[in-house]
Ligand binder design. Structure first.
Ligand code: GAL
Length: 827
């Protein structure tokens, strides 16, 4: 372990800033080839003997491009575990790819780099074993050099053996992240070969320190020059450095260059200024390798009084935990789908992400770098003790050190990453000696990167404090313990802590059960969106956490469970069977989560606006429920706002103003650590209103002035379909997406809140329909069909560009409804 703890403590005591900088690495495809290796794979899901051999007959195999997730293709079935999404995530499967390498590359170093294979991957080239990896969330590279047949057909074969209940959620299955073929000169910068920090940063100057690894694969000493060029966020070269290097035969050298940057543009929340460093290795003036690293210049500091400090200013975490799947697209990584998720989170007021409970895709970190969202990068959900029968515990001894070191090497250059999490709710928390493993993992993190603190999410309180496990990490994450923040702080005055997982409220978009209910209804498989229905016994409404954060300003903030709904873990439906340590499927067809303020398709639930009311400053007001009820029925109407007052009108008649902070709503909140009964929420304004057909409107006031309104009208019968694309200009690159929202409307354009009409899609031109969905966590319709039933009046069609520029025409039709057509331009 490096002396992080000491350095860190000194920083805190002296009140100085812990200065950091980061980057993300990509090998530049233009020079020595880093080829996209995603296309034209062959796939077969079966136990096959001899499929690693070049001569194996794969002529009947399915041709596809990766990233690919076979499990999302379904079908949903309760033969599969609902905790894993009720999808076929397990079994043996093979991928093969034929390729040729020109004889001109005879002296090159050739390797294949996988960003992630889910999971238990074994890689062969021309029948020879070249690598294996259990953990699907981490990337790895296999050296192919000595097995390549130049100018002839080569076959790379990947065997996968994922297991059921390897996770408590849906992991996906397949070569689900990107693949690259690398052809390098013998003298080159290897995988994850740069590490950028900024040891000093002021407004006037920053020192950029770049450690660059140079590998010499040849059996002779190499002399060369390392040149590093720094490019600012506007694309201007602002500094450079050059250093003569000597690398002994078949070894690796590390060179440190310190480069001064004047008037640095800092990276910050919503100010994503990114620099890049281009590292060139030159021999006799000729460039033999080039490597590009994106990085940011920023300072971070964690302080027990002021919390998290970014570039000298305290920032409270308005955070979300997120699993890695992309809803109807499954786990197969896609940049645009990831960006859309995080843009929606940002619009909710989110400034922080916890990558629960595994290393994220590189694309997710790129998105966070570019949007200005800070990240807790989490390694594990299990150590040595099992949560699920085939979890990481089976592989921990063999793989944990490599997986953890690789995660840090891969991610330490992203400016968004501010903490390393060594685990979530690991069961060693209750063990006397559990702290030893925590210390071991903590030391690995600091050995790889002494510029960021470590953390973990603890749910056993006080057990994990009593056995000293929590004291092994630098910053303590507490899961679902809002009532104990005060006690934690008073008993541990030097502790830096935050809510690493909060709320776990469940609800279904657009579903309202009246009279208000506090227990979820088993027969509907839906949870009411008044957001006071109890879920798991540790769950509580968001209001409780808002309050706890306000009462405990020394907390760094919170990370809600979760930002987006995800596949699997359909709590509160589906129970736990302790006899098998597995989960039963009694509540089938529930197959995905109900936890998030946004459903699986990316449609906001009412809770999205409750978070906005706390986390954004632009005036907003929201009202619920919908306005289609029986005449005279008494409707509990809730409004969420960041305004001072809200006035409610029904058909123009005022039901009075309510004042934020003065008027309260009694909501049900029953959870571990909270006295049973009603909770007095100052975060919701409410009225009980007799239903009258027409419209309901809320008006938000600040300083007595009307600043914002929201109105819902009683909808008539479903009459037409309305399509709205999130982007009508997309890239003709074969991967870009347009998300088309489908609304079922009455003749006047009002959303029909309970419509479930079946919608058929037809996509023509330079695009394909890649998935459909509706956010119903209990729907067993396949995501790949060209039809979908609406759920609470809406569904989604996801359209993917081909590689040809042109127009994409999307038509949606439904029996008895006026159809709609939109055009998307792909360039
Ligand atoms: C937590 C756990 C999460 C998720 C959540 C659901 O205890 O860390 O992964 O299962 O509960 O409420």
């Amino acid at each position: 372990m490096k002396n992080f703890k000491l350095y860190y403590t000194i920083c805190i005591l002296a009140g100085t800033l812990l200065v950091m900088s980061c980057q993300s690495n990509t090998k530049k495809p233009s020079f020595v080839a880093d080829q996209n290796f995603n296309k034209d794979w062959l796939f077969q899901k079966d136990t096959i003997v001899g499929a690693e051999n070049s001569s194996f007959d794969d002529s009947g195999w399915r041709k596809l491009n990766v990233p690919h997730d076979w499990a999302i293709e379904g079908p949903f079935s309760n033969v599969h575990n609902a905790r894993n999404g009720g999808l076929p995530i397990d079994g043996i499967a093979w991928y093969r790819k034929h390729f040729t390498i020109d004889e001109a590359h005879q002296n090159k170093q050739i390797s294949v780099e996988f960003d992630g294979v889910m999971d238990n991957a074994t890689v062969y080239i021309n029948g020879k074993f070249v690598g294996e990896r259990h953990y699907g969330y981490i990337g790895f590279e296999c050296d192919l050099t000595s097995h390549i047949k130049f100018g002839e057909d080569n076959v790379i074969a990947v065997k996968l053996a994922p297991e059921v209940l390897s996770e408590r959620w849906y992991p996906g299955a397949g070569i689900y992240r990107n693949v690259r073929l690398k052809i390098n000169n013998a003298l080159h910068i290897p995988q994850w070969g740069t590490f950028v920090t900024t040891p000093t940063v002021t407004d006037r100057q920053a020192t950029v320190s770049i450690k660059t690894k140079i590998k010499n694969a040849r059996n002779a000493l190499a002399k060369a020059t390392l040149e590093t060029i720094i490019i600012d966020p506007n694309g201007t070269i602002v500094a450079s450095a050059s250093e003569a290097i000597t690398v002994e035969k078949t070894t690796e050298n590390e060179v440190t260059q310190n480069i001064e940057i004047d008037n640095p543009l800092k990276w910050g929340i919503y100010e994503p200024n990114l620099y890049s460093a281009t590292s060139q290795i030159k021999v006799g003036g000729v460039i033999v390798d080039e490597y590009k690293t994106e990085f940011g210049i920023r300072t971070i500091h964690f302080n027990k009084e002021k919390g998290f400090i970014l570039n000298g200013k305290p920032v409270e975490f308005n955070g979300v935990c997120m699993h890695h799947d992309l809803g109807p697209l499954g786990a197969a990584v896609n940049y645009r789908a990831t960006e859309r998720q995080m843009q929606m989170m940002k619009d909710m007021g989110v400034n922080a992400l916890r990558t629960s409970h595994n290393p994220p895709s590189t694309e997710m970190l790129q998105v966070c770098d570019r949007l200005g969202i800070v990240v807790i990068d989490e390694a594990f959900d299990e150590w040595k003790i099992a949560k699920v029968p085939n979890g990481y515990h089976k592989y921990f001894d063999k793989w944990h050190e490599k997986d953890l070191r690789d995660m840090i090497k891969r991610d330490r250059n992203h400016p968004s990453v501010v903490m390393w999490s060594i685990g979530n709710e690991i069961l060693e928390q209750s063990k006397k000696d559990g702290w030893k493993l925590a210390k071991h993992l903590n030391d690995i993190c600091h050995d790889e990167d002494d510029s960021r603190p470590t953390t973990a999410g603890f749910n056993y309180y006080p057990a994990s404090f009593e056995n000293k496990l929590a004291y092994q990490v630098d910053v303590v994450g507490v899961n679902y313990k809002p009532s104990f923040y005060g006690e934690i702080r008073s008993q541990n005055p030097d502790m830096i802590y935050y809510g690493s997982e909060t709320s776990s409220q469940t609800s279904s978009r657009g579903v309202y059960h009246l009279p208000l209910e506090y227990k979820h209804r088993k027969e509907t498989f839906q949870v009411s969106s008044h957001d006071e229905t109890t879920g798991p016994k540790w769950a509580y409404p968001p209001d409780v956490e808002f309050d706890a954060q306000e009462q405990n300003p020394t907390s760094l903030g919170e990370f809600i469970w979760t930002g987006f709904d995800y596949l699997g873990e359909p709590t509160p439906y589906g129970g736990r069977d302790n006899s098998t340590n597995g989960y039963w499927n009694d509540d089938w067809p529930s197959r995905s989560s109900y936890f998030a303020p946004v459903d699986l398709c990316g449609f906001p639930k009412d809770r999205y606006y409750l978070y906005q009311s706390q986390w954004i400053t632009e005036p907003m007001v929201h009202v619920l429920p919908h306005w289609n009820w029986k005449e005279g029925m008494i409707i509990p109407v809730y409004s969420y706002t960041n305004c001072e007052e809200v006035e409610l009108f029904v058909n123009g008649k005022s039901f009075g103003k309510k004042v934020k902070g003065k008027d309260f709503t009694m909501i049900h909140a029953e959870y571990n650590g909270f006295e049973k009964g009603m909770y007095k929420s100052k975060y919701r304004l409410s009225w009980n209103v007799p239903f009258e057909k027409g419209n309901i409107k809320v008006v938000g006031y600040i300083g007595g002035k009307e600043v914002t309104t929201k109105e819902i009208k009683t909808a008539g019968k479903p009459a037409k379909i309305k399509l709205n694309a999130d982007r009508i200009d997309i890239n003709a690159d074969g991967v870009d997406l347009s998300f088309v929202t489908v609304r079922i409307e009455d003749k006047d354009g009002n959303l029909c809140p309970e419509a479930s009409n079946l919608v058929n899609f037809n996509v023509e031109g330079e695009g394909t329909l890649t998935a459909v969905g509706n956010g119903n966590a209990a729907s067993l319709e396949a995501f790949q069909e060209n039809y979908r039933k609406a759920f609470s009046g809406q569904c989604l069609a996801i359209v993917k560009a081909t590689e040809n520029a042109g127009t994409i025409k999307v038509t949606a039709t439904s029996n008895g409804l006026e159809s709609d057509v939109i055009s998307i331009i792909s360039k």
